[in-house]
Design a protein around this ligand. Structure first.
Ligand code: AMP
Ligand code: ZN
Length: 113
């Protein structure tokens, strides 16, 4: 996926502030943070969104959530955090590479967003 901004971040073609990386995933700080702690967790495999999760690739979702729990602990989000994945136009997805937002660091507003 040559025109995917997150694939370019994975390839090191676009800089990012990395929080965690292994052979299957990358976590980095959101460039436009919506909370004191705002981290994006992405698979290295290009999957466009949650709508493309199937029984063949769903193991990566469990893998990412295991990492999310570790990252939240490492970031000191002991008082709680939120995980969001925007999927498609109605949800406002702007980058079409599966990603989970980790939001925390202060009490978060309860909204539909
Ligand atoms: P979404 O709107 O759910 O698709 O989220 C995409 C997120 O990617 C937004 O929160 C952007 O601020 C973030 N983003 C876009 N480009 C970059 C980048 N180069 N580095 C870090 N975060 C980015
Ligand atoms: Zn991609």
């Amino acid at each position: 996926m040559t025109d995917c901004i997150f694939c370019k971040i994975i390839a090191g073609e676009i800089p990012s502030t990395k929080v965690y990386e292994d052979e299957r995933c990358l976590a980095f700080r959101d460039i436009n943070p919506q909370a004191p702690t705002h981290i994006l967790v992405i698979p290295k495999e290009h999957i466009a969104s949650m709508a493309e999760i199937t029984e063949k690739n769903s193991d990566i979702v469990a893998y990412l959530f295991e990492r999310i729990a570790e990252i939240a602990k490492a970031e000191g989000l002991d008082d709680g955090f939120r995980v969001v994945s925007n999927c498609g136009d109605h949800a406002g997805q702007t980058v079409h590479h599966l990603h989970f937002h980790i939001l925390g660091g202060q009490p978060l507003a309860l909204t539909m967003a």
